[in-house]
Design a protein around this ligand. Structure first.
Ligand code: PAF
Length: 280
């Protein structure tokens, strides 16, 4: 089957209306710059025999910094080639005006977990994410949608939105895909200079040590890791926090390592990278 490319809402609608009644849509929302992390989501959707729709849309509503939005990498031609080679059924590439028409003013806002971790310094980031994700759900009417664990808070908030707003889309998560050195794949890795890339590949080395540490207090483990990373060249850590995987709560003591994750955001020569690791 050929990959369909839809660049307008009517064209997308026409193609989705043509689907057989019992065909389920599997949605993989992306901002482009497709890498193996995205392809793991595609692969899962294809395996489940869904009509796999990948969207490529750099969503301005989730950027609170215009330079970050302007410098976000894009490679449409290459993306289409990769997606075709991976038998994606349809790629939807809308223009900003089609998604946010003049006078647009309706946003989704989650009020308890959106201002921690990645939301602390990026005001309204998650409102932008939830708004576009809900819009893409309404536009493509998927049976299931796929998201990576690398953006763990995003995944958590999307699951929460779906539950809170009774959205009937199944959310399927996929573990973080890493390169041979353990660096989590991200479109932003492309923006790293060789020195920063080398440093980025070390993040997981420090985190892998956690499994062998036996701290009782969360803050002691956090401050040990902060010191380790600083000593090894990470001068700009935005946050480093241990939280419960299921609730994102920040516990005082470390009781069950299995239920905890450490979350990190670092800036390396102006490029912001995030990752998270299970404590056990
Ligand atoms: O994870 C991303 O690439 C984006 O936040 C998403 C989910 C595609 C929404 O723009």
């Amino acid at each position: 089957m050929q990959t369909i490319i839809a660049r307008s809402l009517p064209n997308l609608k026409k193609n989705l209306n043509n689907l057989k009644k019992n065909k389920k849509v599997g949605l993989v929302p992306t901002m482009g710059c497709i890498h193996d992390g995205h392809l793991a989501l595609v692969e899962k959707s294809k395996k489940l025999k869904y009509f796999t729709v990948v969207t490529i849309f750099v969503n301005p509503a989730q950027f609170n910094n215009t330079n970050d939005l302007k410098s976000y990498p894009s490679q449409e031609k290459k993306d289409l080639e990769i997606l075709k080679n991976n038998n994606v059924d349809l790629v939807f590439i809308p223009k900003v005006q089609q998604i946010y028409s003049a006078g647009y003013s309706t946003y989704v806002k989650e009020i308890n977990y959106s201002d921690i971790l990645c939301g602390r310094l990026r005001k309204n980031h998650f409102s932008g994410v939830l708004t576009i994700v809900l819009k893409l759900f309404l536009i493509t009417k998927p049976y299931a949608a796929f998201f990576g664990e690398k953006d763990f808070q995003q995944l958590f908030l999307i699951k929460k939105m779906v539950k809170d707003l009774n959205v009937s889309v199944k959310i399927i998560s996929v573990p973080t895909v890493r390169d041979n050195n353990g660096l989590a794949l991200s479109s932003r890795n492309k923006l790293l200079n060789p020195k920063s890339l080398k440093l980025a590949k070390k993040i997981n080395v420090h985190f892998r040590k956690i499994r062998h540490l036996h701290y009782k207090l969360t803050r002691d483990l956090e401050s040990y890791l902060q010191k380790e990373l600083k000593k090894n060249g990470f001068n700009d850590i935005e946050y480093l926090e241990v939280r419960e995987s299921a609730t994102l709560e920040h516990p005082v003591t470390i009781k069950d390592k299995k239920s905890l994750r450490v979350f990190i955001a670092v800036n390396l020569s102006g490029v912001r990278l995030i990752d998270n690791y299970k404590l056990k």
